[in-house]
Write a protein that binds this ligand. Sequence first.
Ligand SMILES: Nc1ncnc2c1ncn2[C@@H]1O[C@H](COP(=O)(O)OP(=O)(O)OP(=O)(O)O)[C@@H](O)[C@H]1O
Ligand SMILES: [Mg+2]
Length: 386
Amino acid sequence: MAEKILIIDDDIDTLKLVGLMLERQGYEISVASNGTIGLQKTSSIVPDLILLDVMMPDMDGYEVTKRLRADPSISSIPIIMFTAKTMVDDKVAGFEAGVDDYLTKPTHPAELTAHVKAVLARTAHARSEPSERARSIAFVGARGGLGTSTIALNVSIALQHQGHDVLLAELSPGRGTLALDLHIAEPVGLSHLLSRSLKDIHLRSVDSEIIAHKTGLRLLLSSFYPREAELEQAVPQMEAIVANLTAMCTTVVLDMGSGIRPHTQALLSNCDRVVLVVEPIYPATMIGQTLVEELETRGIGRHKVSLALITRERTSLQVPWQQVSSDLGLELAGIISPAPEQAHQASQSGTPLIVLHPAGLVTDQIHKLADHLSTFLLPVRGRTRL
Ligand SMILES: Nc1ncnc2c1ncn2[C@@H]1O[C@H](COP(=O)(O)OP(=O)(O)OP(=O)(O)O)[C@@H](O)[C@H]1O
Ligand SMILES: [Mg+2]
């Protein structure tokens, strides 16, 4: 099969000329006329090599390189940077950003082919062993305080019991509650990472902020210091952190808090499954409907969304689950019954509910929800349910 090369350049003549030269050599060519389109095409095509111009109006080649390198699913794609300049400083900046090789414009066809062949040969080994990307599940509450974090935590533990290698990330800087529920002091992992510059977010830095809970679950936690809530504005960092998490496990569970926020928008679009937590009582049902419609306008169709109902009020007040499911147009993935005492005991003892009450009704319901979600995950290899 022909190797795929993506050319990112705002100069249409270069795109045509270089594209034609390489097409003649038997490569499959795609083109992008700016950095933003280039990044999108990289994710969809996953080329074997990228030829990248340095000077582009929307985003320069260094920035494109940094963003590519921050996303583990595409970070290993080799990059040859095109430049009209031959200044040593520019080349150093490019190599620092993660460029593999340089070509100076205008490029002689023989030189172009030689560099392309050399870089492809050097990286052939990495291409022959594609690692399977982790699957990600996002939990979103129709509104705050419903129990979204409690469900995300307990489902994560249930999935881990099934043998999935799970990492749970709570993406609510300054508004975290999981550390309090699990009695983990200093939950500063996410805040530390969001305060870094994009180039300092990589596997090593993300890994160093992950906490292993006594249940074996690995967590990236949000602090509960209100002043850190502003860190949610660090959207590119948030996306880079999550991209790195997907390279560190088989299943990433994201506790996105309630509603759609600027820092969760793009992440939601990339998730394999979204679980919408709704209380079957007005106005949560109404907010749930609006959320589903919003998600749809952002390309997250109803087929990607599962409904989890959490019932905390008297049955007489509740809308029947069939009606909620049909009003929202979502498949029901699970119902969680009221368990205020158990939830309180769990939080007070720092032990997740399904660990503290392994035989309870809510524990069964959590396992059922986890069973439903596991159908969207990578198969478990070599481990059995505990
Ligand atoms: N099934 C349940 N029955 C009763 N109370 C519950 C249940 N699940 C969780 N709770 C309690 O509800 C409260 C809110 O839970 P949690 O923090 O999980 O909600 P949340 O939706 O994540 O809130 P936030 O909007 O703050 O992120 C906690 O005190 C928790 O112990
Ligand atoms: Mg929460």
